[in-house]
Design a binder for this molecule. Structure first.
Ligand code: 6PG
Length: 464
């Protein structure tokens, strides 16, 4: 009897890994998992019953049982564990084999691994996988980058396992080198922005308008049926309905208000600064997680300054408009960063394709992404979503309510940092003239840094 050779291998049988391998097996690809942990191996063997799935703790068995070229996906924590697994497997691999890193690796690590492995003719892919545990099981959005020809070997598996929108898979070869991890990083930056924006809408409606959790649940459910339709709005409405099992409280009320992070939002901001692309909605969302973690200091400051009256005169309808306006700002900023990174790092990203594969499976999926896809389909070279005619028509009627909401937050002492960052981004972006002439004059005054003029070419300096 000839031994079965598996189509797909997966290293790291944590929740994500187990779910993804079961998803692959459900799509009629045979799959084998590797993990050092006995329990994880056993739970895959149990859960995989009835499918062509195997699991082992023995790396040689794992490698031996994979059909050539081997397609091995790693779902292990980013950083050193990825290098450790690669170094462990590499001596046993053959030319043409493919390793796919499915974690949130930093893109420069991916470039390094790509270079190192290509010396041994092993193909390396950085593939962002979004959608959490459920997505991994039922269909995530997958963002692979790497060698285009080698991608043909993994394409059928990824297309089958990914989420589908209108029958189209939420996966595509995005570009070379670290393109996949880079796109996933920016996805996460936008995710930070959208989550912070939703949190601000919640704060304003709860503290400022006095809505109960039941009313909030209803409001988010209604919003999800309209133009704000998105995964994050949907889960937010579910969160307000969740009761705590330890007390009789609503769960959301007993969750500590200290935000944690693993770094992808911060990396997005850091890299945007390096590229010189403004993404203030993301920047401020990272800062808000940091401020939130200063819980002790915040409480001390509250005892000094007082919470004050937090009454707001905004309406729920205006908050909906401000949120929609700001979702557009968050996407616009992220897409401009992707365009700039594509130029700088030679990724050759197609923003229409990215919008398309984000429509399903991933955390930032929303109804808006189809509109965004159409905008990049109308003009592949669109520099910023705000310059698209149809988006302009969407945005213009929202400016008044957004300004109203942001000013009502300021008056009520409720921080709407991301909402106001998005509004100020918009106001600056649409100002043909900004006060930077004065900053340039100051720079030249104190440091002879020179300036350009509005009326003639050249570089000028004045003895002030
Ligand atoms: C996804 C998510 C996921 C990320 C979490 C946590 O697309 O499925 O982006 O990859 O790990 O969102 O991120 P933080 O811990 O930094 O909030």
């Amino acid at each position: 009897m000839t031994e079965i050779k598996y189509d797909f291998g997966l290293v790291g049988l944590g929740v994500m890994g187990r779910n993804f391998i079961l998803n692959v097996a459900d799509n009629n690809f045979s799959a084998i998992g590797l993990d050092l942990d006995t329990e994880k191996v056993e739970s895959l063997l149990t859960e995989g019953e009835g499918r062509v799935v195997h699991a082992t703790q023995d790396k040689l068995e794992f490698i031996e049982k994979l059909a050539p070229p081997r397609k091995i996906m790693l779902l292990v924590p980013a950083g050193k564990p990825v290098d450790a697994v690669i170094n462990d497997l590499k001596p046993h691999l053959s030319e043409g084999d493919i390793i796919i890193d499915g974690g949130n690796s930093f893109y420069t690590d991916t470039n390094r691994r790509f270079e190192e492995l290509s010396r041994d003719n092993i193909h390396f892919f950085g593939a962002g996988v979004s959608g959490g545990a459920k997505g991994a099981r039922k269909g995530p959005s997958i963002m692979p980058g790497g060698d285009k020809e080698a991608y043909q070997h993994i394409k059928p598996i990824f297309e089958a396992a990914s989420a589908k929108v209108n029958g189209e898979p939420c996966v595509a070869h995005l570009g070379n080198g670290s393109a996949g991890n880079y796109v996933k990083m920016v996805h996460n930056g936008i995710e930070y922005g959208m989550m912070q924006l939703i949190a601000e809408a919640y704060d304003l409606m709860k503290r400022g308008l006095g809505l109960s959790n039941d009313q909030l649940q209803e409001t988010f459910t209604q919003w999800n049926a309209g133009r704000l339709q998105s995964f994050l709005i949907e889960i937010t409405s579910e969160i307000f309905a969740q009761k705590d099992t330890l007390t009789s409280a609503d769960l959301v009320d007993v969750i500590l208000d200290k935000g944690k992070q693993k770094g992808t939002g911060k990396w997005t901001s850091q890299n945007a600064m390096d590229l010189g692309i403004p993404i203030p909605t993301v920047d401020v969302s990272v800062s808000m997680r940091e401020i939130s973690s200063l819980k002790g200091m915040r409480e001390e400051a509250e005892s000094i300054y007082g919470a004050g009256s937090t009454n707001s005169d905004a309406t729920v309808e205006q908050v909906e408009e401000a949120l929609y306006f700001n979702f557009i700002m968050a996407y616009a900023q992220g897409m401009q960063q992707l365009a700039a990174a594509s130029e700088e790092y030679g990724y050759e990203l197609d923003l229409e394709v990215i919008s398309k594969i984000w429509r399903g499976g991933c955390i930032i999926r929303s109804g808006l992404l189809e509109k965004m896809r159409k905008a990049f389909s109308r003009n592949a070279k669109l520099q910023n979503l705000l310059l698209d005619g149809e988006f302009a028509d969407e945005i213009k009627p929202l400016v008044g309510s957004t300004s109203k909401v942001v000013s009502s937050g300021l008056n009520a002492g409720i921080p709407l940092s991301a909402m106001s960052a998005g509004l100020n981004y918009f106001n600056a972006f649409k100002s043909g003239r900004l006060p930077m002439n004065l900053v340039q004059a100051q720079r030249d005054h104190f440091g002879s840094h020179t300036y350009e003029r509005t009326d003639r070419e050249g570089i000028f300096h004045t003895e002030w």
